[in-house]
Design a binder for this molecule. Sequence first.
Ligand SMILES: CC(C)(COP(=O)(O)OP(=O)(O)OC[C@H]1O[C@@H](n2cnc3c(N)ncnc32)[C@H](O)[C@@H]1OP(=O)(O)O)[C@@H](O)C(=O)NCCC(=O)NCCS
Length: 224
Amino acid sequence: MNSIDLFQNPLPRWFKRNPRPTVLIKELQERDRRRMLKHFLGLERADRLLRFGSMLPDELVSDYVNRIDLKRDMVFGVYNRVFQLVAVGHLAFAKTDPDKSAVTDKENVAEFGVSVSRSVRGMGVGSKLFERAAIHCRNNDVDTLYMHCLSSNQTMMHIARKAGMAIQRDYGEADAYLKLSPPNPGSMLQEAVEEQFATIDYTLKANTRAAVKWLDRLPGRKPR
Ligand SMILES: CC(C)(COP(=O)(O)OP(=O)(O)OC[C@H]1O[C@@H](n2cnc3c(N)ncnc32)[C@H](O)[C@@H]1OP(=O)(O)O)[C@@H](O)C(=O)NCCC(=O)NCCS
């Protein structure tokens, strides 16, 4: 039985059509770097392997986070209700390799890496991060989005295929790339509106978190 059927009064039709929760994707800044590290270190061993392609020790994960160039790259994140970073997508930009000039005539290409905490998997968060990365590329004159992952990674392969990515496999690893259409007023507006909503949500959650911490410091209160 579908959980929706448990309700005596049927839920509205729009909810049945789209039962996944709304996912708000936020562009991460310098102040989020500590939480990015916490997110990566919190991934299970198998997930860390899938995310980085090898079982990086904590120090190398920390190096990776510290070396993310937030002026050049874009990092997107999803915060849960209690202001924990539960998903991170890193969109890294690089100059187009001359060997790949048949794939694109643009100056830059982008590569995307993503991880979603187990507590929020299967709710469309990974797909939404991917979609946001693609729209950001379109709006920034990048028409080729690469993804590099193990070909045993069925979930990511599914997301890539769903997005229409061309996938090339080589010795257990898979390189996939997606050709993107040029920007239009709709793609520009979509990205701006999504970021606005996510910023409001982020501010509310950050302020609530700060208020809870402050209350916890009051004499006689037990910390949560
Ligand atoms: C890959 C990952 C980001 C997906 O995140 P997610 O939020 O669970 O993804 P979504 O909910 O958006 O989508 C999952 C899709 O995969 C499908 N799926 C899940 N398990 C699957 C499997 N074993 N085989 C095929 N498809 C599968 C789901 O049905 C869903 O499809 P749908 O949207 O068409 O219904 C997450 O599992 C993760 O962080 N994995 C570890 C790190 C990693 O693998 N990163 C990718 C390499 S960079």
